[in-house]
Write a protein of this length. Structure first.
Length: 388
């Protein structure tokens, strides 16, 4: 490698370091950036000049100083561009526009008719492009425009190759999502598993390690984050705890196995628990607001709905006890619309953990994610891979 290449590559590495630091610590002075990165003041000044010219960093007044001149403070420019995040679930697709600090500035939820859910890759592509275009049109003018779109998918996907191996509840196999969408868009596209997106979001909100995110939807998607990085395993599909067997003679899962955890701890299972109590028609199907309706009825005092949530919590607890025994996480976060039912889920999960997990795993921290954790994590894929 030539000397010129070396110094160019080194400058890129240093620029990333300075960008990350300003992003995480805004507002911060040049001298603090120099002290925290170990880079000399002249290098930091030159890199900051580049970032200011590109409008990723802005000067925001003066900081404090014990003596001498007050330092000029730097801040990452959240409005330098925008990201799109999409959360594809089986009964709805949520699409958001966020600024570069991850703040949601526009959100759209499109209900999907579950009874018509066996859609093809072409149909899903059409839905994704329609939603992305609609949200992109809401973006305010900015120096860099839309920098990218991140898509959370409920199944086995490879973040590196952009390939969806298998989306069990959508009946899609081996689909090159990024290539299919990129042809129609002017910005890059990233995909990841919904559990991984939720885990990244939960880690950013409250860093803890290892962290496990459990996304409860029609199925159960999970993600593991260790020291801020998603644990992906050998072929990129680690964390498919939704398909761990919890009953050898259990229900048939869409993945082909019997007794998978998601058959007992998902919205599908919750619907069944309500049907078994005579609270819903045997023919009733899931709809986009299902979890919200169940939680509302429980909050209003309907004992049957409260019991169904407690049953679901018990089964969530069984899987969580297994995960805790295997991973020994610092924190487990439950996401998806059903997280609003924490008042019934939490005690049921805790009770199972006390009986079925070992040592300190009995006391593992259990949190419930905010509503937009997965879709925010999807948008964050763009920031993480294009800016930081
Ligand atoms: Zn399965």
């Amino acid at each position: 490698m030539s000397k010129t290449m070396d110094s160019t590559a080194m400058r890129q590495v240093n620029k990333k370091l300075v960008t990350q630091l300003i992003y995480e610590r805004s507002p911060v002075s040049r001298i603090s950036v120099s002290q925290m990165t170990g880079l000399n003041k002249a290098t930091v000044s030159s890199l900051v000049d580049d970032l200011i010219r590109d409008q990723y960093v802005i000067e925001v007044g003066y900081g404090r100083s014990r003596r001498g001149r007050k330092p000029v403070m730097l801040e990452f420019n959240a409005k330098a561009g925008y990201c799109i995040g999409v959360n594809v679930q089986i009964t709805y697709v949520t699409t958001v526009l966020t600024d570069l600090m991850g703040q949601i500035v526009h959100k759209h939820v499109r209900p999907i008719d579950f009874s018509q859910h066996q859609f093809s890759a072409a149909e899903l592509k059409h839905i994704l492009l329609t939603e992305i275009d609609a949200v992109a049109a809401k973006a305010p003018a900015s120096p860099h425009g839309i920098i990218g779109a991140g898509i959370a998918l409920p199944g086995m996907v490879n973040f590196e190759t952009g390939l969806a191996y298998y989306l069990p509840n959508i009946e899609i196999t081996e689909w090159d999502v990024c290539q299919a969408l990129s042809k129609h868009l002017t910005f890059p596209v990233f995909i990841d598993n919904d559990g991984n997106c939720g885990a990244l979001s939960a880690y950013r909100a409250h860093p803890s390690t290892p962290l496990v995110f459990v996304n409860v939807g029609i199925g159960v998607g999970t993600g593991i984050v260790i020291d801020g990085e998603v644990f992906r395993g050998y072929k990129g599909i680690a964390g498919e705890f939704g398909h761990m067997t919890i009953s050898t003679i259990g229900l048939l899962c869409r993945c082909g196995n019997y007794g998978c955890w998601e058959q007992y701890a998902s919205e599908q299972a919750l619907l069944r628990y309500l049907q078994e109590r005579g609270q819903m028609e045997a023919s009733a199907d899931l709809e986009s607001q299902f979890a919200q309706i169940v939680v509302e009825r429980a909050v209003q005092g309907d004992v049957h709905y409260q019991e169904a949530l407690t049953t679901l919590g018990g089964y969530l607890g069984i899987g969580i006890a297994n995960i805790a025994n295997g991973v020994n996480p610092e924190r487990i976060v439950i996401g998806g619309p059903i997280a609003a039912g924490a008042a019934w889920l939490r005690p049921a999960i805790r009770s199972v953990l006390r009986h079925r997990s070992i040592l300190s795993n009995k006391d593992v921290e259990i949190d419930f994610a905010e509503e937009d954790a997965v879709v925010s994590g999807a948008a964050r894929l763009c920031i993480a891979h294009l800016i930081l």
